[in-house]
Design a protein around this ligand. Structure first.
Ligand SMILES: Nc1ncnc2c1ncn2[C@@H]1O[C@H](COP(=O)(O)OP(=O)(O)OP(=O)(O)O)[C@@H](O)[C@H]1O
Ligand SMILES: Nc1ccn([C@@H]2O[C@H](COP(=O)(O)O)[C@@H](O)[C@H]2O)c(=O)n1
Length: 230
């Protein structure tokens, strides 16, 4: 099998990272969650009061701070999966909360943020052997990736899955709020000027609305084996 680059893009909460982590673990590839990087920038902006009261970003100030911002991933020995660190601090839990979810797409629409994140992502994946998930991996970060997947499911299905996940973890969750957040992020992500979320022409589309996690993992493994054949 040759070492390849696997790009998994799609809408919010559709199961990208579930599939990507499973495949990476099984084939010994590095998994990179690019959403966690945009979420970390957002957490930094919230903590440093870089949002105006109307939700817009103090873009000039954030741009000046970008050099102080270091995002990294470290393998969690217990889970076997990478955790996200912002300037050396473990932020995995904080970046998944609703406050960050409600602000992240505004941050991710800023061209200077995308330029910085894309450069880091390209560096992380330069030796191939990566499964990277996000919104623009197959279109912008690795347009030459050997395997590109574009995942979709209805907004209601995606919100229900996220709601169940949060409730399962004992976290407070409001289905209507989650659905609204998913829809808002989809809108901003597909309408921004720089690298909007869209299916790459050569991506394979998967609507997983009625697939189990096991079925979608098996589907992805099959496509990987085909793409990595020498
Ligand atoms: N086929 C499936 N059937 C049911 N639940 C699923 C399926 N795939 C993923 N899930 C669940 O849906 C939730 C969202 O999945 P996941 O976090 O992988 O989505 P994502 O696309 O990476 O989200 P985000 O865009 O927010 O990073 C998780 O709780 C996951 O366990
Ligand atoms: N390549 C990417 C990845 C993510 N984003 C933005 O970050 C938000 C959070 O991503 P999740 O995958 O954790 O849901 C997402 O809604 C996008 O706004 C991006 O722009 N590009």
């Amino acid at each position: 099998m040759k070492k390849i680059t696997i790009a998994i893009d799609g809408f919010s909460s559709c199961g990208k990272s579930t599939m990507a982590k499973d495949l990476a673990e099984r084939i010994g590839y590095v998994y990179i969650d690019t959403g966690a990087m945009y979420r970390s920038v957002t957490l930094f902006a919230i903590r440093n009061r870089l949002f105006n009261s109307d939700g817009s970003v103090k873009a000039n100030e954030l741009e000046n701070h970008m050099k102080d911002l270091h995002i990294s991933f470290r393998l969690n020995e217990e889970t076997g999966r990478p955790d996200t660190y912002l300037n050396g601090e473990l932020v995995e839990t904080e970046i998944r909360g609703m406050e960050v979810s409600n602000h992240v797409s505004a941050i991710a629409a800023l061209p200077f943020v995308r330029t910085a994140m894309v450069a880091q992502q390209q560096q992380m994946g330069r030796d191939k052997g990566v499964v990277m998930d996000g919104r623009d991996i197959g279109t912008t970060v690795f347009p030459d990736a050997e395997l590109k997947i574009f995942v979709t499911a209805s907004a209601e299905v995606r919100a229900r899955r996220r709601y169940d996940e949060m409730r399962g973890k004992g976290q407070p969750a409001d289905y209507a709020e989650i659905l609204k957040n998913v829809q808002q992020r989809d809108y901003i992500d597909t309408h921004r000027e720089v690298s909007p979320l869209r299916k790459a022409d050569d991506a394979i589309e998967l609507d997983n609305s009625s697939l189990t996690i096991e079925q979608q993992n098996a589907w992805l493994m099959e496509h990987y084996q085909r793409a990595a054949q020498d």
